[in-house]
Write a protein that binds this ligand. Structure first.
Ligand code: PHE
Ligand code: CO
Length: 282
């Protein structure tokens, strides 16, 4: 997540290093926390075959984090072999620059704390379940992994150009809430959906939200809501499309967008390409 600062946030920012990393202190997780992780994991696991993209399902199956909160150190050698990424432990949300700096260097920040049982269905700030379960599997995909590094570099550049808000929308509508059209129907690759019990079926099957073909400038103009299911989803064909569409220099895009009003989350434009909602039965 991005577009936020580290003020007034949950999480212990006292003992961190200058780059905001901490030690995970895996031994400090309680049996109740591991049990809560298992419940969260099991709820998502039954939904994945129908709603998650193939890359996420395959990667998760190869890793198997079902037993409890994972040790970050145990996944890092595998991740290094697969895509040269690694995860680093952090207290919670990071200032934009710190976040971009990690991504640009192929380090994915993962929050160390787990939500409370009362937050089983809904949590505002990302916790270890969202960050790890939702994001880590796709770091194993080579194309997605390269996209995320490029995003981090683009973030540092956007910061210098005063365009972080536009780039944050791109992250939101792809990395967090992106859909992908596959031969087996519509699926999701967005971590905010993949770690949510409610939004996983909703994003694919509900008739309520709009589903629109990926359009870089349209996305960077569109506001988003952080406290409801999304009103609009953008659909890619594959990670290659995402990588290639975002490779060109954004400097002229930022200049063009600076003169336009942002669109509300629910906007519909004549040029929008509507994508069919319902996956095949069976
Ligand atoms: N191409 C973008 C730029 O020039 C960088 C970027 C890459 C941004 C991938 C987002 C995703 O700013
Ligand atoms: Co996230």
């Amino acid at each position: 997540m991005t577009g936020e600062t580290a003020h007034g946030l949950r999480g212990d920012y006292a003992g961190m290093r200058p780059d905001y990393t901490v030690d995970q202190d895996w031994a400090a997780y309680t049996p109740a926390e591991h049990a809560l992780w298992r419940r969260l994991y099991e709820r998502q696991a039954v939904l994945l075959p129908r709603y998650a993209c193939r890359e996420f399902i395959d990667s998760l199956a190869a890793l198997d984090f079902s037993a409890g909160i994972p040790r970050f150190d145990a996944v890092n050698p595998k991740l290094a072999r697969a895509t040269r990424w690694r995860i680093v432990a952090v207290p919670g949300l990071l200032p934009d620059r710190v976040f971009f700096e990690h991504l640009a260097n192929r380090r994915f920040p993962v929050t160390v704390w787990l939500r409370t049982p009362e937050e089983f269905d809904y949590i505002v700030e990302p916790d270890v379940f969202h960050d790890f379960f939702g994001h880590v599997p796709l770091l194993f995909d080579p194309v997605f992994a390269d996209f995320l590094e490029a995003y981090g570099q683009g973030g540092l550049k956007a910061d210098a150009l005063g365009a972080i808000e536009m780039l944050a929308r791109l992250y939101w509508y792809t990395v967090e809430f992106g859909l992908i059209a596959t031969p087996g129907g519509l699926r999701t690759y967005g971590a905010g959906i993949l770690s949510s019990g409610g939004e996983l079926p909703y994003s694919i099957e509900s008739a309520a939200p709009h589903r629109i073909g990926f359009d870089l400038l349209r996305i960077m103009r569109t506001r988003y809501k952080i406290d409801t299911f999304q009103e609009t989803y953008f659909v890619i064909r594959d990670f290659r499309e995402l990588f290639e569409a975002t490779a060109p220099d954004f400097t002229p895009h930022y200049a063009a967008l600076a003169g336009l009003e942002p669109l509300p989350a629910r906007a519909v434009l004549p040029a929008d390409i509507a994508i069919g909602a319902i996956v095949d039965e069976g």
